[in-house]
Design a protein around this ligand. Structure first.
Ligand code: IMP
Ligand code: MG
Length: 189
């Protein structure tokens, strides 16, 4: 028997304030997809998703890019299970394929201090890619330490608040929320 689609409200948590709804997110991703389709036309494009936070954004964004692209993933440790950035970036999982002569678009969930991305651009920058650009779903510019970091594509620019959902977690939880929200009381969450 056919079941009704899950209402967004079923995911609601009284301890979370919605910042961007699923509808607002999908509208913005469509816009980004159109922009990227135009800008990467005729280029050998590889989307490099940074695990785990980028998986939802990457999955939605890639379906809005009307080009024969490829995807690959990297996992790096930066925050681990804490909410403080150390600046130390350790590669936990490297790319599966070389990026020489490819146009690389790094796909990230959120840029905060910018230290993770700064290090990643340095690491990938030594591998002979034709170009390396950054697409982040969220940009939190206020706590940025590396002010020089160039962010090429941004979903939404947000204030300096800790957000969860749409791939982003707090100590591993909330990645499955279909919206972006703010945890009101972290001691309850
Ligand atoms: P940074 O730019 O090196 O400080 O680190 C970015 C990473 O920190 C992101 O990929 C997330 O894993 C994590 N992060 C930063 N801000 C938030 C947030 O508000 N919610 C969830 N994760 C965050
Ligand atoms: Mg991350």
């Amino acid at each position: 028997m056919e079941t009704a689609p899950k209402a967004v409200t079923e995911f609601s948590n009284p301890n979370i304030d919605v910042m961007y709804s699923a509808d607002q997110i999908s509208g913005r991703i469509k816009e980004l997809g159109r922009q990227l389709t135009a800008e990467y036309a005729g280029k050998d494009l590889v989307l490099v998703g940074i695990l785990k936070g980028s998986v939802i954004f990457l999955g939605d964004l890639m379906r809005e890019i009307d080009l024969p692209l490829k995807i690959d993933f990297m996992a790096v440790s930066s925050y681990k299970d804490e909410t403080v950035s150390t600046g130390d970036v350790e590669i936990l999982k490297d790319l599966t394929n070389p990026i020489r002569d490819k146009h690389v678009l790094i796909v990230e969930d959120i840029i905060d201090t910018g230290l993770t991305l700064t290090r990643l651009v340095e690491i990938l920058g030594s591998r002979g890619a034709a170009s390396i650009k950054i697409a982040t779903f969220l940009d939190k510019p206020e706590p940025r330490i590396n002010k020089e970091l160039k962010v090429d594509y941004t979903g939404f620019t947000i204030p300096n608040e800790f957000v969860v959902g749409y791939g982003l977690d707090a100590a591993g939880r909330y990645r499955n929320l279909p919206f972006i929200g703010v945890v009101k009381d972290p001691s309850v969450a």
